[in-house]
Design a protein around this ligand. Structure first.
Ligand SMILES: Nc1ncnc2c1ncn2[C@@H]1O[C@H](COP(=O)(O)OP(=O)(O)OP(=O)(O)O)[C@@H](O)[C@H]1O
Length: 299
């Protein structure tokens, strides 16, 4: 079931065209990434999805067409700008946010879940960056939403806090919440997202799984090995994944697409050839992004 349908979305701020033509759909239960460099139009797009901005044109349908109060009940949003006053205590923030919903989650349990059980009475201003981020995730979830939009979830966090947050997001998804994750971190996108929309300059340049993007955009992967056994290049030439087989001294170099490693190793095994010193130069999501947009994403 599609929980979000965005079609031909367009949004201009005075002389700045922020979102030019964005379309994508999000399936129930997936972690859907919106990936792009700074200023690509990601935040504007998700603000339109959340009903916080009105698009100039195009349509957004969430959960079959909810809007207004119904939409707010079902959608949890964590935006980059949602800073709280320094003097609000953790429990007060949760209690306040819970009061906005007809059927809120048990925020005590949520607090434990985000690892802030012992910070109930701490002022927001006294929390570390990672703890503030965790609280903002708890606040996005306090209405027990079916869809959560999380914008730049781990920006500014150290690597450990970032990994902890990723684990938390996976648990939230396991509970059946559909998640839209705005990010410009490739590692985060690769690790968490089932599918991604790559956005550049207000346009969607591709929608696919991380591995699909990698194999689609970064067409050429390369394998190198030293064959042990009687090697005949024709065995590999015949594979649809293989584009080229070349020899360099005693080493073989194979370029190709798709599941090249599996295809080549399987074919070699059936031909009785052992690929010694096998090296794989795997394309990454960074390569895919570069191939799709012509630029490197800034971290
Ligand atoms: N309220 C606003 N008024 C005017 N221009 C805006 C406003 N918000 C965003 N913009 C501009 O619209 C473009 C898209 O911004 P947006 O915040 O949607 O991108 P983004 O991909 O989320 O970037 P970032 O990761 O830096 O937040 C940018 O050029 C930005 O400067």
């Amino acid at each position: 079931m599609k929980v979000i349908e965005v079609s031909n979305l367009r949004k201009r701020y005075r002389d700045q065209l922020a979102v030019d033509d964005v379309s994508f759909t999000v399936e129930e239960g997936e972690i859907f990434g919106v990936l792009g460099p700074n200023g690509a139009g990601k935040t504007t797009t998700v603000e339109c999805v959340a009903g916080l901005r009105t698009p100039d044109s195009g349509t957004v349908r969430v959960l079959g067409g909810l809007d207004g109060a119904e939409l707010k009940e079902r959608l949890g949003v964590q935006l980059q700008s949602s800073a709280l006053p320094a003097k609000i205590k953790v429990w007060e923030a949760l209690d306040l946010y819970a009061s906005f919903y007809r059927a809120p989650a048990d925020w005590g349990a949520l607090l434990e879940r985000v690892g802030l059980g012992d910070k109930r009475d701490t002022f927001y201003g006294k929390l570390s960056g990672g703890q503030q981020q965790r609280l903002s995730i708890a606040l996005a979830l306090v209405g027990a939403p079916r869809v959560a939009i999380l914008d730049e979830l781990t920006t500014g966090l150290d690597p450990q806090a970032r990994r902890d947050t990723w684990e938390l997001i996976e648990q939230v998804r396991a509970d059946g919440v559909t998640i839209v994750l705005v990010t410009h971190f490739m590692e985060e996108a690769e690790r968490l997202c089932d599918r991604l929309a790559v956005i550049d300059a207000g346009r969607v340049v591709a929608v696919d799984s991380p591995s699909g993007l990698v194999s689609r955009a970064a067409a050429h992967q390369r394998l190198r090995f030293r064959p042990i056994g009687a090697f005949d290049g024709a065995v590999l030439d015949a594979l649809p994944e293989v584009t080229e087989v070349s020899r360099e001294g005693g080493r073989i170099e194979v370029t190709g697409t798709g599941d090249l490693l599996v295809a080549v190793t399987t074919a070699l095994a059936s031909a009785g050839v052992v690929p010694a010193d096998l090296r794989v130069e795997q394309a990454t999501l960074d390569d895919a992004f570069l191939a799709l947009t012509g630029k490197k994403i800034s971290e």
